[in-house]
Design a protein. Structure first.
Length: 158
């Protein structure tokens, strides 16, 4: 506690209340909290995939969101409150639009992602890449979500 802090006594509990923040400071705190929640959720998902399903996953943090790269074309995203991902279509008769999936709990997200991972592992990657159903570079999948800040991860396949 610094000299500028105000102290409130509530019953027997003493709490320090910092002086009011400026608008810019408040925005920064909110952004950091959102990034922290997104990072925690992404790392929890990656850990769940690795320990319960034996699936390697890489966590990438961008601004207030995070991505969990699981396999070519399978990237889960989170903002700290929900986890969502797009399921690449590897069926012989492709869907007319991609399947977007949403989960709020890490174990259920990991279970469902593991099922999609097993399906993708059994598919012919060369054929899927040639057909444009999956992409080699995960940066393309997250670029719209992070406003083009993913150029530094373009060298990493997902």
């Amino acid at each position: 506690m610094t000299a500028g802090d105000r102290v409130r006594t509530v019953g027997t509990v003493i709490s320090a209340t910092p002086p009011p923040a400026t608008a810019t400071g408040t925005v920064e705190v909110i952004r950091e909290q959102r990034m922290s929640r997104a990072s925690q959720l992404a790392h929890s998902l990656a850990n769940e995939l690795e320990t319960r399903h034996n699936i390697p996953a890489q966590v990438l943090i961008f601004g207030g969101s995070a991505c969990v790269s699981v396999f070519y074309g399978l990237v889960a995203r989170t903002d700290g409150s929900a986890i969502w991902w797009m399921v690449p279509d590897v069926a012989p008769e492709p869907r007319k639009r991609p399947l977007h999936t949403l989960a709020y709990f890490v174990p259920s997200a990991a279970d469902r992602i593991a099922q999609h991972y097993a399906t993708l592992r059994g598919a012919d990657l060369g054929e899927q890449l040639a057909a444009g159903r999956i992409t080699l570079v995960g940066a393309e999948l997250v670029a719209e979500h992070i406003n083009g800040e993913a150029s530094h991860v373009a060298a990493y396949p997902v």
